[in-house]
Design a protein around this ligand. Sequence first.
Ligand code: SF4
Length: 472
Amino acid sequence: MQPGLWCGSVEEIHLKTFYIETFGCQMNAHDSEKVVGTLLREGYSQVVDEADAGLILYNTCSIRDKAEQKVFHRLNEYKRMQGEGKKFAVLGCVAQQEGNKIFERAPYVSLVAGSASYRNLPEMLARLEAGETRITGLDDRQTDETFDTEFTSRTNPHRGYITIIEGCDKFCSYCVVPYTRGKERSRTSASVLAEAQRIAQMGFTEIQLLGQNVNSYLDPSGKRSFAELLAAVGEVNGIKRVRFTTSHPRDFTKDIVDAIDAVPTLCDHVHLPVQSGSTDVLRAMQRDYTRDWYLERIAWTKAARRDISLTSDIIVGFPGETDRDFEDTITLLETVGYDAIYGFKYSPRPNTPAIHMHDSIPEDVKVARLAILNARQREIQRENYGRHLDQTVEVMVEHGANSRGQITGRSTQNKTVNFMCDSTPPSGSYIDVRITQVFPSSLVGEAISVPTVPSPALAAQQALNARVPVVH
Ligand code: SF4
């Protein structure tokens, strides 16, 4: 057999090429960046068309309603390609949730692995190349290890992501993550800082720290708290912006706000999902905090010297949610004055405690509550965004001119800013923009400074990314 050919493969297009499709949250997208880095390191090449790939990987997400049905539907579409000698791997939360059932329903799949097993990918790939057809990485959810790799294929040209904590120990009653991603385990602060320095040397100026509950971070070396790590990343030479997501209210401590106040590179934005404004619903959700506890954390954030933007996730129609409970959510929205929310209708997920609760809220009531929530939030945003009129905000450029000739970027508060500029500033550069028009979800303005040019290293990285699009 020629080197690089699949064992038992029939055509040369099956040289070690792969295609990856990714669904879900930012954690999943970044997992794919690390999986891609690992595959490249193992001698594979990435292709952008599944027809050209010897190995097709599907990184799944179980957050969406009926996620497993959608995965099996997609796998069915792969079936027609099995005669071409391709191999198939299913990764992510649905892989962990469905496990060996995937082999039964899609026998042409050869590898099924949850995220807690990704550090074993090189070994699993070797078995795949040797011709094994039932390889699993499903038994690692109690591991203390994290998936640390120097070989990350960074696909966002502006922002370098760093996972600092994996898994979740919170067991909210509606959520599958603790069952699919395993227990909470953090990387050492030294390894996070080393990665931050590598990213800065590549020319990235923005870093986003990731974790299902990023602020539950517990340094295994005992050296730094989450707030101290945040501050240390913000002080890495060359870094201009640091973001973090997602924070859990239970572990949101005041020193996080103090760090934002003290370190200019930490962005003016906190995403703090509340899920419901009713303490009774929060108890049923097993969120382990009350409305008042949450609002105390909001009060700390609002008392900061910096103008910190607040955003949240909210579920409506959780089992037992009364009109009064829903009203509590609306009043909480008004009290906090979020700059954005991600509102969802509750739907039961397999293997979660809430699936045993009676899904008591009719679908039409859920739909109506979500519409009320979004309409009220839009009014709040109209007022919030209105305050930016005539302000000057620093924008990091993300996209070149749209059809109206506007350049798009983001403010430190993570708000979208569309602006006119005499020249086209390069992607990744920073520019001051005076706001001349406001909308409920975006700002419009005019450039009033010369852009700072991104480093040649970042430009090289961007050119590479443009050739190899990865995440859908
Ligand atoms: S904190 Fe709750 S909602 Fe978030 S990942 Fe953990 S169990 Fe899921």
